[in-house]
Design a protein around this ligand. Sequence first.
Ligand SMILES: NC(=O)c1ccc[n+]([C@@H]2O[C@H](COP(=O)([O-])OP(=O)(O)OC[C@H]3O[C@@H](n4cnc5c(N)ncnc54)[C@H](O)[C@@H]3O)[C@@H](O)[C@H]2O)c1
Length: 327
Amino acid sequence: MRTALVTGAAGFIGSHLVDYLLAAGWRVRGIDDLSAGTMENLREPLRSPDFEFTEGSVSDERGTAAVAAGATHIFHLAGRVGAMYVERNPEQTVLEAIRATRTVLAVAGATRVPLFFASTSEIYGDSAVQPLAEDADIIIAPPANPRSAYAFAKGVGELLVNEYARRTEGPVVLGRLFNTIGPRQSGQYGLVVPRFIGWARDNQPITIHGDGRQTRSFSAVGDVVRAIVATLTTSAAHGQTINIGSDQETSIGDLAATVIRVTGSSSVVRYEPYDSVHGHGARDIRRRVPDTSRLRELIGRDCATPLESVIRSIVEAPVDTSVGGSV
Ligand SMILES: NC(=O)c1ccc[n+]([C@@H]2O[C@H](COP(=O)([O-])OP(=O)(O)OC[C@H]3O[C@@H](n4cnc5c(N)ncnc54)[C@H](O)[C@@H]3O)[C@@H](O)[C@H]2O)c1
């Protein structure tokens, strides 16, 4: 029987991954320090005899090794996300991520089980070449901007994982996740979709930073966890860096309009200059659309659920994780 170790199991994507693996017949061990995740996200898995949860930091090598004993696959998703957290804690963002990744690599190295590392589209920065392909140079904002800490942390994480794979020939997948959305995502740390939905539900103005014409590609969390599992269980994907996301591009203005339509809200949209929110000289990323051809070649599909369906699934979800919600 396949047994997964999921780090960051009580978080947004981690908890959906746990659900998916259990439904597919895996045994699952989850670890999370609950710094951002909640036990509420694991309410269903905790009823299953095939799920075990440990509260603790992945940086603790002994604790993580104990949880990982017997795992056949490791999914490393633990890490701090959200611009608001990163801007306030740039040093911790980088150092904690490096510690956690080194620990996971030590644990994976002892058994050589396949390892998935959750990286991010943020490391493409403000690239002029779109769609973004995996072999392109990465672009990181100046280190004087504390927000760049997230991309630096993931970039160093990728370097450590690549180095591990070269040294040990251990099977790894580096998944660069693009904006992933769905039920249970918290708006607490500045993530755009849960914040917009929270404001729309309260009929409060929806504030867009910048002119609203900047675009992103949003993927349904269900599509993303399917892709994560499919890549790690496909040997042709081992050793590869793979964009995981949708290539449907949406402007932030259209996103706000979709949220207002789906929620039936009377919210108005207002705009604030980007650098008045994020500091003088800060620039937003204008476009971010993945080249998903590698993902499609490897697993036969990308993340194709239409945005409006995903927004609807969030609005109709029983647990309110929007700003000021129950998280
Ligand atoms: N959500 C997205 O759009 C997106 C995009 C790109 C990459 N990612 C990556 O995917 C992963 C999951 O993101 P998410 O959106 O589910 O975030 P999340 O904050 O909901 O989940 C991360 C989880 O990791 C836990 N955690 C943090 N540090 C830990 C540590 N040292 N030890 C144990 N647990 C720890 C948190 O408590 C949280 O439950 C992250 O690595 C993130 O960088 C997410």
